[in-house]
Design a protein around this ligand. Structure first.
Ligand SMILES: [Zn+2]
Length: 502
């Protein structure tokens, strides 16, 4: 099988007569690039594979990427069986498409790996049947880019997956309710995770009222699209309907709430603060104790200053701006001030950092910033977050050396991720070895940067950068692992609005 949607799927081959060239030293160095295809053939005969306990093999293979696993399993039956061990695929979401063409061997492989999470495009009737027959224990299913006009009965088969907990729907149009009465009745106790992004629904209010019945939801992602077929303005979920949702979903921990389009009017002050009806008189927050909130395109023109005042249980806040709105006062600073338990803060786009750095709570240990950043900004953030352990930023726009400065400003860092888009890293990268606790460094570039200016056909990292990386590893005595490839997308959690890979 081939790749679908840029994600490698499954490669099922046999090849038991092939010989291996297993460089055992390479194999057992867990952080080396491991098992390049060319290493796998010719020198050692199969029977000379080291006799190791299963656990050890599985541990070694756990360092391989999905692609490397697929390559390794083509070598022989023995390695194929090892690679298909369920513990190597735990939590993995497999993309399935054209299910009609799958052989029994392929379904068998999926069963051997005990895969329970799938991403599919459009399922025809026969394909539904196969999925139910061969993967009856599915726990998670996400429909991506269906590209059809859907009716209520399309999801009826979901009730046949008794273990189903996690449902996602992306980029589709429904002319009837997506969660009809039947399927809701079946799933209302089962579902713990629901994500719906860029889905055109016949009636948003009706949909949210249905979601209010899914009482065991812990995770809800709803990135609203317009209704019906017209483009039109997106009307936000009205306060009373949203409050009913929050009051009903007592177990909700993670909420990602977004919209496409510009609503005509700001939302009321208490939009995120439903009142506890058992306590009349003084105000008391009656919604769930959210720990994670993500706001996608809810800028200052919509959300008032004290919108988050009741969400004091938040540990993680993500704000994604789509545009910079000139002349609108930044409210991040007042949104942040009640969040004294916040550990993770992610800001994508929007206002200049200077507008809110002073109110970043000192409890923050994980910070992601996708905004224009200067050394001066870094200087003002550092004293606010003395315990920062994880930092994810873009290359700075001023000419000073960011990498030289970071070890002084954030000495506690464990992980660091930098995206380059203007010029490749230079010698100051080596200063990062002074971060005594650093164990993981990610150096990424935007694809447009490679195409536009830079490598002239070289893959990233270029030979110069690779040399710097090698030196950095040496200076840190191999304490620092350096990664230069984008991690794999999780199709169940990362819709197009939030995925920043190519
Ligand atoms: Zn989305």
């Amino acid at each position: 099988m081939n790749a679908v949607g840029g994600v490698s799927i499954l490669h099922i081959h046999s090849g038991s007569s092939r010989r291996l060239n297993l460089n055992t030293q390479l194999l057992f160095h867990p952080f080396s690039g491991l098992l390049k295809r060319s290493d796998l053939f010719s020198r050692l005969p199969m029977e000379n594979l080291p006799q190791l306990p299963l656990e050890l093999w599985v541990y070694v293979f756990s360092f391989l990427s999905t692609e490397e696993k697929h390559t390794t399993r083509t070598c022989c039956t023995y390695l194929r069986r090892l690679i298909d061990h369920p513990s190597l695929w735990r939590g993995y979401t497999v993309h399935l498409s054209e299910l009609r063409r799958y052989t029994y061997g392929l379904w068998n492989t999926l069963q051997n790996r005990k895969l329970t999470r799938v991403a599919v495009r459009h399922l025809r009737r026969k394909e539904w049947r196969r999925l139910v027959k061969f993967l009856p224990s599915l726990t998670a299913i996400v429909f991506v880019d269906g590209g059809r006009l859907y009716k209520e009965k399309y999801l009826d088969n979901l009730s046949r997956f008794e273990e189903l907990r996690d449902l996602g729907m992306r980029n589709a149009t429904w002319c009837e309710p997506m969660l009809g009465r039947n399927v809701t009745a079946q799933l209302q106790e089962r579902l713990t995770h629901l994500s719906v992004c860029n889905v055109r629904l016949p009636c948003t209010v009706e949909f949210i009222n249905t979601v209010s019945h899914l009482v065991n939801l812990r995770y809800l992602l709803f990135h609203q699209q317009g209704e019906g077929y017209g483009l039109g303005t997106v009307r936000p979920v009205p306060r009373s309907v949203f409050h009913n949702l929050l009051l009903s979903l007592k177990k909700l921990k993670h909420l990602s709430w977004g919209m496409r389009g510009e609503p005509p009017e700001p939302l009321p002050d208490d939009y995120f603060s439903p009142l506890d009806s058992d306590h009349s008189g003084t105000f008391r927050y009656g919604g769930p104790a959210l720990t994670n909130l993500e706001l996608v395109d809810y800028p200052e023109t919509i959300l008032p200053e004290n919108a988050l005042r009741s969400l004091i249980s938040l540990r993680s806040l993500t704000v994604r701006y789509r545009y910079i709105r000139e002349g609108v006062e930044c409210r991040l600073s007042s949104w942040l001030s009640p969040l004294q338990q916040l550990e993770t803060l992610t800001i994508i786009g929007g206002n200049s950092l200077a507008a809110y750095t002073t109110t970043i709570p000192s409890s923050v240990t994980r910070l992601t910033l996708r905004v224009a950043i200067t050394l001066k900004d870094m200087d003002s953030i550092a004293p606010k977050v003395p315990g920062l352990k994880h930092l994810d930023i873009e290359q700075n726009r001023s000419s000073g050396s960011l990498c030289r400065r970071i070890p002084m400003l954030f000495p506690q860092l464990r992980t660091l991720r930098i995206r380059f888009f203007r010029r490749e890293p230079e010698k100051d990268l080596l200063s990062l070895h002074r971060l005594r606790h650093l164990v993981q460094l990610e150096l990424l570039v935007e694809r447009s940067f490679i195409l536009r200016d830079y490598l002239n056909g070289h893959p990233w990292p270029s030979p110069c950068v690779q040399q710097l990386i090698d030196q950095l590893k040496e200076l840190s005595e191999n304490r620092i692992t350096v990664n230069t490839t984008m991690r794999q997308r999780n199709p169940l959690r990362e819709c197009d609005c939030v995925w920043e890979g190519d």
